[in-house]
Design a protein around this ligand. Structure first.
Ligand SMILES: NC(=O)c1ccc[n+]([C@@H]2O[C@H](COP(=O)([O-])OP(=O)(O)OC[C@H]3O[C@@H](n4cnc5c(N)ncnc54)[C@H](OP(=O)(O)O)[C@@H]3O)[C@@H](O)[C@H]2O)c1
Length: 264
């Protein structure tokens, strides 16, 4: 598979991983449909890339708002005609203090990280079935392995998204719709800049984007990186609960001390 001539939708395109994916895809002869709430950043990005081969269209959208997704999907469809590839990357983490347990925070995180995929996928699946195929790639996280200390909403939203995409992959293969799960480790973006704990093997966003796009080209089922964190997160699933509980808090506390040394 290659990106030439394809209509590609990217949610969460205004910063971090999504923004870098746009910059890299702009080098290809394709059309890019950028989605985020901060339209001014999308317009800025599109202006920056105006000499590149890709055609760029921008849309303001809150992926956690079902009505808004329906409205913006219709606008994209009208412009694009068809959508070949969707990169459902929009995501968020807690804005509250980690110790505050708040349903409002949960609604925000689940609304974006889980329902943001579901609302877009509902339209994309119908569209791609009618077009006899397509690719839906959703960004989850290697943090989906367990309930991490002070990060329960985020890790559980990502676990749900990972399982959702896996089920979709199985069900949609008969319709020639490839569903890809993207599970990054730590990548240096505005999201991780706020973290107050040590992030092992923190990766540059350009490298992460390259790995993701190579994986999509190869139509991998799951794109996960970097390998040591992949192995670590798989191993963590096998750790007995009583050990995990102690380890998790310890990792977090040690991490907070080490984070100061990691400040960039
Ligand atoms: N960075 C990492 O280490 C890491 C690791 C694993 C997984 N991930 C996942 O990778 C994805 C990208 O994260 P990032 O690190 O690039 O973070 P980021 O720099 O904070 O970017 C998040 C993007 O999502 C968009 N977004 C957030 N809420 C939205 C909403 N309700 N509606 C529409 N767009 C929304 C933001 O745009 P607006 O604010 O303009 O709407 C922004 O473009 C996320 O799903 C994240 O969970 C990141």
């Amino acid at each position: 598979m290659n990106f030439t001539g394809k209509n590609i939708l990217i949610t969460g395109a205004s910063s971090g991983i999504g923004c870098q994916l746009v910059k890299d895809l702009a080098e290809e002869n394709c059309s890019l449909f950028l989605i985020a709430r901060r339209k001014e950043l999308l317009l800025q990005l599109s202006a920056e890339l105006k000499t590149k081969p890709a055609k760029i269209f921008v849309y303001q959208n809150d992926v956690s708002d079902k009505e808004d997704v329906s409205k913006v999907f219709a606008e994209v469809k009208k412009e694009a005609g068809r959508i070949d590839i969707a990169l459902l990357n929009a995501g968020t983490n807690s804005k509250l203090k980690p110790d505050e347990f708040s349903s409002e925070d949960a609604e925000n995180i689940y609304g974006t990280n889980l329902f943001g995929i579901i609302y877009w996928a509902e339209h994309l699946i119908k569209e791609m079935k009618a077009n006899n195929g397509g690719i839906i790639a959703g960004v989850t996280s290697l943090a989906d392995a367990r309930g991490f200390s002070k990060n329960a909403f985020y890790s559980s939203s990502k676990a749900a998204a990972t399982i959702l995409l896996e089920g979709m992959r199985v069900d949609l293969s008969k319709d020639n719709i490839k569903v890809i799960t993207i599970k990054p480790g730590f990548v240096w973006t505005p999201m991780t800049r706020k973290n107050n704990f040590y992030m092992p093997l923190l990766m540059d966003v350009k490298k992460a984007s390259k790995i993701i796009l190579e994986g999509i080209k190869k139509e991998k089922r799951v794109i996960r990186f970097p390998l040591p964190i992949v192995i670590g997160s798989m191993s963590l699933k096998l750790v007995p609960n009583f050990i995990y509980d102690r380890l998790s808090v310890k990792m977090r506390n040690t991490g907070e001390k080490l984070r100061d040394k990691q400040k960039k």
